[in-house]
Structures are given as structure tokens and as C-alpha cells.
Design a protein around this ligand. Sequence first.
Ligand code: PLP
Length: 561
Amino acid sequence: MALINSMLTRTKVAYLSMEIAIRPEMHTYSGGLGILAGDTARSAADLQLPVVFVTLVMRQGYLKQTLDATGWQDDAPDPWDPTDWATPLDAMVAVRIEGRVVWIRPWLHVLQSPLGGRIPVVLLDTNIDQNDPADRTITDTLYGGDTTYRLKQEIVLGIGGMRILEALGFAISVYHLNEGHAALLGLPLIARLQRNNRNGQQSFDLERVRERCVFTTHTPVEAGHDKFDYGLVSHLFGDSIDIDQLRELAGHDGLNMTKLAMNVSGYVNGVARRHAETTKRMFPGYEISAVTNGVHVPTWTHPSFARLFQSVTTHWGHEPELLVNADQQLRDEHVWGAHMQAKGELIELVRERTGVEFDPEVATIGFARRMTGYKRPSLLFQDLERLVAINKEQPFQLVMAGKAHPRDNTGKETIRDIHARIASLKAEVRMAFLPGYDMAMAKTLVPGVDIWLNTPLPPLEASGTSGMKAALNGVLNLSTLDGWWEEGYLEGATGWSIGDPAHGDSHADALYGLLEKTVLPLYYDDRPKWIWMMKQSISKIAPYFNTQRMMRRYATEAYFR
Ligand SMILES: *Cc1c(COP(=O)(O)O)cnc(C)c1O
């Protein structure tokens, strides 16, 4: 409680996110957005920034992935017990949904960064006796249920989140909305800052609201934005909100959470330079900044590389900028040794999970992320004959992982197709799909491969962060030019770009060509140059693409502007 009291008095900023990857045992995240929020919290803790993090408790998690014999993903709940990792706090607030009072209770988790910094995370829970059974499940499942369920969650996160912070005694001056999910907090904030004008009428002062909100958007396509029908909005809120006012702020043809967030926020940013440009085109007239994402370096550096970094500079975790000289300071045999240790651990994991025997001498390609269409997980399988032919000349092995959203049948079919192709090529190419991708698996999988493959269809990847985790472990990126990679790639130094295909060609052709002519020959025929690239990757990418730099920018440009 002493800790909470000290946090209460100094905390000025609240960061609200539908998902936060705090630790693998807490099933409060699904993918990149949650990992980013978790790395944000870890860096805020390291930098002792006065921030409190708010999310939903998600007792049933996101999705426990298992595959049946045909490679079809079985969706099961992935429960966790908040009493194992959090403390219930003595406060309750209510929101009104469908005319019922819905009580919300907070749990506190004190997140600890690997460097020792601590920061509060508040987990909102509606599973309490006072609530109607229907409302007790609102904070159960991440990205589960239908549109109604989602809007209820967003009411709890945005409006409930703001009320809980007040009930706990936080005096928040800035709310950071990580994606649009929490944007409804703009409504009580408007009400709070409403002014009585001379004839006793109330008028709202949007500028005062905008001083208090920061919005980070993550979606480069219109279809990716949460949209709710005003009929549904009225049904859930009753007459407790001013729908006309909401239409002004959130769009006339539906409640667009991105639009609402844009209108209530005085600082709006995209998560890479290219993504900020895309967002400007989607929302002309708004000022959009670019704060490129990062990763929390101490969290994502494999222990074997952490020891190496420690031997040349003791403060690399807190100031990853110091790794700028790693290319000069690290010795080739040490870099290769650290890499082979990480690779050995991945080979062990692959054997344990799938029974497939990988060879430590063979070039290993990794691909793991949400299995969703625009990321094109099956691009490498487009031409099986070519794949087999490449492997005959210069062998490679491939490890893949990733979950499809339970309602994304295309994503599930992709996993099934990949499963079938892996099986059909069993005699020729060593390949494995590891079910149950999560942050624990990522810590072994990403540093353990030689080549990190990333194939989003531009401009659909707002940033991407897994390639940054790869780079700081000396894993070379092979990626289409999208998101952060446009800023991170130096051709032939930090990795390779799968460039815009020439007329009649495809990204798959470009990918095969690079593997065949550039990447695999370098791996087998010029190891010193390969290790030089590993060191370029560490020293050019880790110093910039990290959340310490990212949070220093949010602090100076957005929170305390
Ligand atoms: C880093 C990470 C991601 C994000 O991967 P992208 O390639 O950036 O989409 C997703 N899931 C997990 C478990 C991760 O660790």
C-alpha cells in the first residue's frame, strides 16, 4: 500500500490499452499491439515516468491454440487466475450499460522491468457478485464475442477506466489512448470540462479536452477501425449520452473509434514514418506526428547476447544508444558463439514441440506473428517446386508460429495449408510449425533463427516490431519494405528488402531470387561478411528501434508538451 501511495501522488499519465503483454502467465494480450504496450510499460518503469497502465483483466485470455491432425486450429479459452499475479484493490465504480448498473473492480499488478523499475498496471474486472450474470463476462475474452460485446468492453475500458483511476485517487493530467479502443473516455472528460456560459447553457470546450488526450493509431486501413452502429450505441447507453454530440465527434454514419480518438486528442501519432503518411491521407486536415515503435531491449535480448553487450558497456539496457559501437567492439567469434547458443535452444524447442530435428549448420528462416491475410504467411510456399529446388542447392530450414483470430477462417485455412505443405515436403525440406505462439516462445524463436522473414503487403503493416527483436540478436531481416523496415534497412548491411516487384513479377519471385542468389550464398560462402552484417544489425538497429527512445519522445513531445 505504501507503494500505491507513492505512485498515486506522482502519477500524471494514464495509458489505456485493450491488451498489454505483461508476462506470459497473464493472458492479457494477443499480439503486436499488446507486446508494444508491455514494452512501453517496461520502458516507462525503467525511465521512472509517472504513468499508470490500464487494461481489462481478460480472465479467459485470448485463445489457446492447438492444431488437430489436419492442421485445423482448435480455439479454446486460455484462462488465467488474477489472484496469482495481482492484488484486488478496494474500490468499485459503476457504468450504465443496457440500463443496468455494471460494477467494475480493479486489480493491481506491479510490473517489474528486467532492470528493476516498477510501474502500476490496473486490470479492470466486471466478474463480481453484484453484477448481472450477463455483465460478469464483459472483461473475460480479448477480441471475443460480437460487436455488442466489444462495445461493452470499450465502455468499461474508456469510461470505467477513467472512473476507476479517479476512485483510486489518481490525479491524471494526460490520457494516452493506445489505439482507439479507449476513446469513449473522451465523453466523461468533455462532461467534466463543460462550462456554463452566460445564459446558463452548457457548452463544451474541446480544446481543454484535447490538451488532456494523446492518441496513437496503429491501423493503416479504414476497415481496421472499430465502428459501431448508432442504434447499438443508443441501446447500450440509453439516454445517458448526447448522441448528437457524439455524431459530431465520431462520424455521422457510425461511431468510428479512430475518428473519436482523433477529435478528442491534441497529439496524434502513427507508429512509423510511412504509417503517419498513410494516416494523413486517410484523415486529411489532422496533424499527425510519427513516433516509430521500438522494443524493450533488455526483455528481448537473448541472455547470450546480453552477456556480450554487458562486456562492452554496462548501461546498454537503459541506454541502447550505447550499442552504436557494438560493430567495432564485439569480436566475430563471440557474436557467432552467442548466436549458436540461441540457435541451439531453438533447435531443442522445435524437437520438443514437434519432434522435427533441425541441423545447427543449416541456415534457418523464421516467421512468427499473427496469422492474418496481409502479413502473407504463405508467400514462401507460393511455388513449391522452386522452394524445393533452392533447398537442394543450398539447404535451409524453416520454423513458423502464429495464431489466427477465432473468427478468421481465412487465417485458419492458411495455417492448415502451411501444415499440409510442411507435411508434403517432409522428405525434402526441414520445416516445423510450433503451436501456441506467445511472448515466452518468441524469446526463444526470434533470436534462434538466422534469417527473420517478414512479408506484409505494403502499406498494411503500420510498424511491426518482431524484426527489431531479431536485429538486436544479430538475426538478419529479410522483409518487404513496409512499416519500420523502411527506416531500418540498409541493403546488404542490416538485412535485405524484398523490393517492389518488377512488372509481371511478384513479391514471391523477389523473395526466391534473394534467397537463391544473395542470402543463402552469403550464409554458406562468406561467413565473415555474414557476421559483419549481424554486427551492423545490432549496432544500427538496437540504438534507435527501442522503447527507451520511443518513451522519451512521448514524454517530451506528447505528455509534457
Ligand atoms: C513481437 C511479437 C509480435 C509482433 O510481431 P510482428 O511481426 O511485429 O507482427 C506478435 N506476437 C508476439 C508473441 C510477439 O512477441
